[in-house]
Write a protein that binds this ligand. Structure first.
Ligand code: AMP
Length: 389
């Protein structure tokens, strides 16, 4: 789940920024102000209790707030996450929010505070008052709302500062600029929880086709370096031309070509749940590089899958593949096949050995039909995810 609270004085632009966040991250929007206005419009008991307080610019009682929140939360049991606007408004409500999150077995990821000086709030609210139809958007009530904010709501920031999830944003900037700052905070938060899987296995073990299917099932971005290099060649980019020449010379593609391509892929993948790497890292050097790349995004490897297939079976599979249209140029002769297997044994097996001492490595028996192997990998991933929680 992704749970965000948008914080800031009335008129900071919380409502405006909410529209973007709920759409982008598919969140359920909870604006306690909107919910209260609806209760008032419906003439409910809660609405009647809240009406006079809202009209004076005061804060409605915590009892009322809890009741309207619980209703919305229980109405959305399968939510991807919640976006709170106008809540928590007091330190007591901050505890209530923590309690609600615990009840849902989740947590608040960030409290984003849109900060604007008082006079700008007043100016914006007076402007809004001309069209909003809100009885509380007039100067006397606005001043009251702002003094309630300073007195009762600002202390909320300390509560979240202490817990390390308070993120300030300069709300005097344009709507687009504020949105960009908020996006960066959320993306960074999401990247902390990425699920990053590395797929290992000899060529012909099924790591490519399984990797793709796993990516689809878990919403991960599939990062296959071989495929990325081929695409550059196909698109005739500058890098592609360099790669082509190196391919023709029969050399290995150097890391300073591969790494920027991986970085580009990661940077352009917004909103994914993680990455699945195939064909990288191939060497010990590349294993350090991958750690560095993930660290830059405050992330790390979550799981390693090593698909094992007997060498004779591998040779049989690669030979068979070379006779179909799925055959790769490097499957074309026994000499090449042996060279790739040797390369894997010499350079990549030490990487798996190194990972075994630090990470959760699942060794998967790859000698079965596609669906059976797929199920084995999924089980390994799901067990790992449970242990993480
Ligand atoms: P808003 O739409 O967030 O500006 O809220 C309008 C009014 O609703 C506020 O001035 C308060 O009177 C009331 N209100 C909204 N949210 C809360 C809350 N979390 N706690 C207490 N009162 C609230």
């Amino acid at each position: 789940m992704l749970n965000i609270a948008l914080f800031g004085p009335p008129g900071a632009g919380k409502g405006t920024q909410s529209t973007y966040l709920i759409e982008k991250y598919n969140l359920i929007y909870i604006s306690t102000g909107d919910l209260l206005r609806k209760e008032i419009k419906d003439g409910s008991r809660l609405g009647k209790e809240a009406k006079a307080i809202i009209e004076q610019g005061g804060l409605v009682s915590d009892e009322i707030i809890v009741q309207i929140l619980e209703k919305t939360i229980t109405d959305n049991p399968n939510a991807n996450g919640f976006l709170f606007d106008g809540f928590p408004r007091t330190t007591i409500q901050s505890f209530i929010l923590e309690g609600l999150m615990i009840q849902l077995h989740t947590k608040l990821n960030c409290l984003i505070s849109i900060e604007v000086p008082e006079e700008l709030s007043v100016k914006r609210l007076l402007e809004r008052g001309q069209t909003s139809g809100r009885t509380d958007d007039n100067e006397t009530v606005i001043r009251n709302r702002l003094s309630e904010y300073t007195l009762k709501t600002l202390p909320v920031l300390n509560f979240f500062r202490e817990r390390g999830n308070y993120f300030p944003v300069d709300g005097t900037k344009t709507i687009d600029e504020v949105r960009t700052c908020i996006s960066q905070i959320v993306e960074k938060e999401l990247s902390k929880n990425l699920m990053n899987i590395v797929m290992f296995g000899y060529p012909g073990s099924g790591r490519g086709s399984q990797g793709l299917a796993i990516a689809k099932k878990y919403g991960l971005e599939y990062v296959a370096t071989g495929k990325m290099l081929d695409e550059e060649v196909k698109n005739g980019t500058e890098v592609g031309k360099r790669i082509e020449k190196i391919y023709n010379d029969g050399e290995l593609i150097p890391d300073d070509i591969v790494v920027p391509l991986i970085e580009k892929k990661i940077e352009h993948s917004e909103g994914v749940r993680g990455f699945i790497f195939k064909g990288f890292p191939r060497t010990l050097v590349q294993s350090y590089i991958l750690d560095g790349i993930l660290k830059k995004h405050d992330s790390s490897i979550s799981k390693i899958i090593d698909i094992q297939v007997d060498t004779l079976e591998i040779i049989r599979r690669l030979d068979k593949r070379s006779k179909t249209d799925k055959g790769m140029p490097y499957d074309s002769s026994t000499e090449r096949i042996v060279k790739r297997l040797e390369e894997h044994r010499k350079k990549t097996i030490p990487v798996i050995e190194k990972y075994k001492s630090r990470h959760d490595v699942a060794v998967i028996d790859g000698e079965a039909d596609f669906d059976t192997v797929f199920e084995r990998i999924c089980n390994a991933i799901d067990t790992g995810a449970k242990n993480l929680r």
